[in-house]
Design a protein around this ligand. Structure first.
Ligand code: 13P
Length: 248
């Protein structure tokens, strides 16, 4: 069976000291969690948060990784640099990076292949905008993002997919649990058709977009939804713990 995975995406929030404090508050609250617990932190927080995570069930993630081994890429961070600090997961292709920083399916694909090669676990984000949903393009967009973004991946079960409808991010507007379930089911079918049916049944697909303590239980009860990628509600330990403990 697929083990649920709840990951916080802190985005551009928290200094190292604030991040370490949050994790230290979080640890006792999620010590008995039955899901995988991850915090994806700004690069500047990785060192401090790695220390705070030590010996706990809170796993460390980054928010991006470059595809080159090393070299003249000012401002970028390589997989080896992340691994050296104990990073296990990395968010790739978040809609904010696609929207503001020129991320494309091609760069998502390159980052994903490098991350996998290096032994990081990519959390690959896909999702349609409001306009795309309203003009009936949701499936076309998701199919393209999955097929192009994951091209050449040998073992798809080594990554996590996050379905984040752009219109539900930071808006307080959550997809209904049925909508999220149906769309994630569609993504799973695309994976079955383009990769392998057995892997499609095993790969974990999260929902993200205004997920919080009050709606996590209902979302997580849906058969296709294997976890959550949490923005706003991951910035306070108590709020994030409510999502992690959705089944308690
Ligand atoms: P919110 O939970 O703040 O809507 O953000 C979702 C998200 O983008 C997580 O990556």
């Amino acid at each position: 069976m697929r083990k649920p995975i709840i990951a916080g995406n802190w985005k551009m929030n928290k200094t190292p000291a604030e991040g370490a404090l949050l994790v230290n508050e979080l640890k006792p609250l999620v010590a008995d969690a039955e899901c995988d617990v991850v915090v994806c932190v700004p690069a500047t927080d990785i060192y401090a948060v790695a220390e705070a995570c030590k010996g706990s069930n809170v796993h460390l993630g980054a928010q991006n990784v470059h595809f080159a081994e090393s070299g003249a890429y000012t401002g970028e961070i390589s997989a080896d640099m992340l691994l050296a600090l104990g990073v296990e997961y990395v968010i790739i292709g978040h809609s904010e990076r696609r929207q503001y920083f020129g991320e494309t399916d091609e760069t998502v694909n390159k980052r994903t292949l490098t991350a996998l090669n290096k032994g990081l676990i990519p959390i690959v984000c896909v999702g349609e905008t409001l306009e795309e949903r309203e003009t009936g393009k949701t499936e076309e967009v998701l199919r393209r993002q999955v097929v192009e973004g994951l091209k050449g991946v040998e073992d798809i079960t080594k990554l996590v997919v996050a379905y984040e409808p752009v219109w539900a991010i930071g808006t307080g507007r959550t997809a209904t649990s049925e909508q999220a379930n149906e769309t994630i089911g569609f993504i799973r079918n695309v994976i079955a058709e383009n990769f392998c049916p057995k892997c499609a049944a095993a790969v974990r697909i999260q929902y993200g977009g205004s997920m919080k303590g009050s709606n996590a239980k209902e979302l997580m009860a849906q058969p296709e939804i294997d976890g959550g990628l949490i923005g706003g509600a991951s910035l306070k330990a108590a709020d994030f713990a409510l999502v992690v403990n959705y089944n308690k």
